[in-house]
Ligand binder design. Sequence first.
Ligand code: ATP
Length: 380
Amino acid sequence: MEIETYLPQIAKDLKVDKERLEEEYRKGNILVGTDYKIPYLRFKKGEHDIEEGTVVFLGKQLVYARGFPKIRRAMFLKGALKKHLEGKFKAEEKLDGYNIRTVYLDEVVCLTRKGIVCPYTTEHVKELLKNSKFFEEHRDMMLCGEVVGLRNPYQTKSYPEAKEFGYFIFDIKDRKTGRSVSVEERDRLTVKYGLPCVRNFGVFTAKDSERLLALVRKLGSEGREGVVLKSLDMERQVKYTSNQSTNNDLRYAFKFVFDYGQQFMFRRLIREAFQAYELGLAGKELEKEAAELGKSILIPMVETIKRIAEGKEVTEDFEIAVPDATFGKAFVEHLKHLGVKATIEHVSKGKKETIIKVKRHYPSTNDKTRAYLSGEFCSD
Ligand code: ATP
């Protein structure tokens, strides 16, 4: 397929310079996906006002799905609100799952943050939307939401309202321009079309940092992540999460310590310090927070070392629910292409769906720990 022949039209539609687009393609920053029945381009890097993860389906008509932009993180809530969120804004729950954009071609199609068609999520979201007329009446729109639940291949966190699989909308955009509808319009559309939506905590102003901090800590104590604060026109967005949820990330990352980048851990340690400061923790309270942080680091690492010393492998186990075993096997192959090292452990065929138990492997953590246990030196 001659991709170059599509570039002038894409440049025109996305209002970017044709030569620069061609150069990005030559440099390998625009990739071709052939894993869906319609081939598609995906933007690997955010360049020239086009967000990372932007997709162009190369069917009879070009169909766009703009990438979901980065949401900036507040470290010190009081300061960030004053600086970045003037006037009224809404606080809504930040769910801890994976970002999925849904567009409609001749069927529902779900895209990951990087712009890869996810057959597994597509299958589930199709089922979820089968009675909704949203795409019948809004073909040019794109739903953006978080997938949570234990039965998912990327991030397994259960919520009481969605133990196995849930998709909660937090944004509705024009798929070609990426422009969001207002918060009010999004809420109207999600109600009208019966779409599940993230939880809304109401309207706040920059003076409410203490109240928001208390809300985030409460969410943290319930095992939830935090909030995203949005100006009513959706133009400005700020995320802020609880130390309790940061500890969850750390526990997970230190379990697979050599597979996670050091930046991942380091950034989270600093977040914890700013939150402890902003809460005014001192004395016993600060010591308690410090102990929790220490536990999140040391305990998973010691458990990992112990398990490997016993000759076992440290892995992550999860389940997926698929229409049949063939779909499941193809999907695990798809995960391998994405760089996830996974193997199928068990297949059980139910009446409605087939449940596949998958094991995810973390070779660096296992190999390096084993090497140290056998006496290898480390580099310092
Ligand atoms: P980013 O590049 O946006 O910083 P990230 O991969 O670092 O993304 P996070 O730090 O988890 O991710 O925060 C942003 C993500 O939070 C969004 O991409 C979205 O998937 C998710 N999210 C969950 N709930 C909401 C919500 N209510 N509003 C917006 N985003 C939400």
